[in-house]
Design a protein around this ligand. Structure first.
Ligand code: SAM
Length: 218
């Protein structure tokens, strides 16, 4: 497999980054990552022209690659720092995982659908990224490597799964869209030293559902 990244693609990425700035994204590390990662590699060649529009797009198994604005917004909320251990729930295409790894984090990424995880594993290996990939139900978190400095959920949850709070370090953020199947509010929950959880609410988003034991039951 030999994928190309031409001047045309790089130019389209620069205009995507400009668009994200116009929409209020100011995190330079996140913008640099989006400016660097060839998002068109996650698309079939015939749909390549969609790769640098600021929108979500269908991938295999009825799932989506998140909108670049959403990826930037969630990554910014997570306040990632190099070396921090982050759990991503919903590997999907692997694009968000690339953005996180570009931000220097030690990433564990879990995906429910085996086929998607295997495709993402193949692509990220080709790109030279090596997070830890897990296939399983992320609504239960992933206990083996817990606790995490931060947890990002890239699918819409009906409620906040308890395991994710349990697996978060003190001071860590859980960034999760919570709501009904069509629309969710982005939440940032933070674990305080006394064990209390504080909650900040942001705008509405529309994600595919978080399935699993502590998500939507099909
Ligand atoms: N982060 C992804 C990307 O950059 O392409 C976007 C992911 S897509 C919006 C949501 C993903 O969450 C889907 O791939 C879906 O299969 C996955 N998912 C849904 N429920 C899950 C669960 N309980 N555990 C892990 N992954 C889950």
């Amino acid at each position: 497999m030999e994928l190309t990244d031409s001047y045309k693609h790089k130019g389209m990425r620069r205009s995507l980054v400009r668009k994200l700035r116009e929409k209020g994204i100011t995190n330079e590390r996140v913008l640099d990552a989006i400016g660097k990662i060839p998002r068109h590699w996650f698309f079939d060649e015939i749909f390549e022209s969609h790769a640098y529009q600021d929108k979500a797009f269908p991938i295999a198994e009825g799932q989506t690659i998140s909108q670049p604005y959403t990826v930037a917004f969630q990554t910014d909320l997570l306040e990632v720092k190099p070396g921090k251990k982050i759990l991503e729930i919903g590997t999907g295409s692997g694009y968000q995982a690339c953005v996180l790894v570009e931000n220097g984090v030690d990433l564990v990424t879990i995906e429910y659908k085996e086929k998607l995880s295997l495709l993402a594993q193949q692509m990220l290996k080709y790109m030279g990224y090596s997070p830890r990939f897990i296939i399983g139900d992320g609504s239960l978190g992933y206990d083996k490597f817990a606790p995490y400095d931060g947890i990002i959920v890239t699918a819409g949850a009906p409620t906040v799964p308890k395991a994710l709070i349990d697996q978060l370090k003190v001071g860590g953020h859980l960034v999760i869209p919570v709501g009904n199947r069509d629309q969710q509010k982005m939440l940032r929950l933070t674990k305080q030293p006394n064990g209390n959880i504080t909650k900040e609410e942001y705008s509405n988003f529309s994600f595919v559902p978080l399935l699993g034991d502590d998500g939507w039951r099909k």
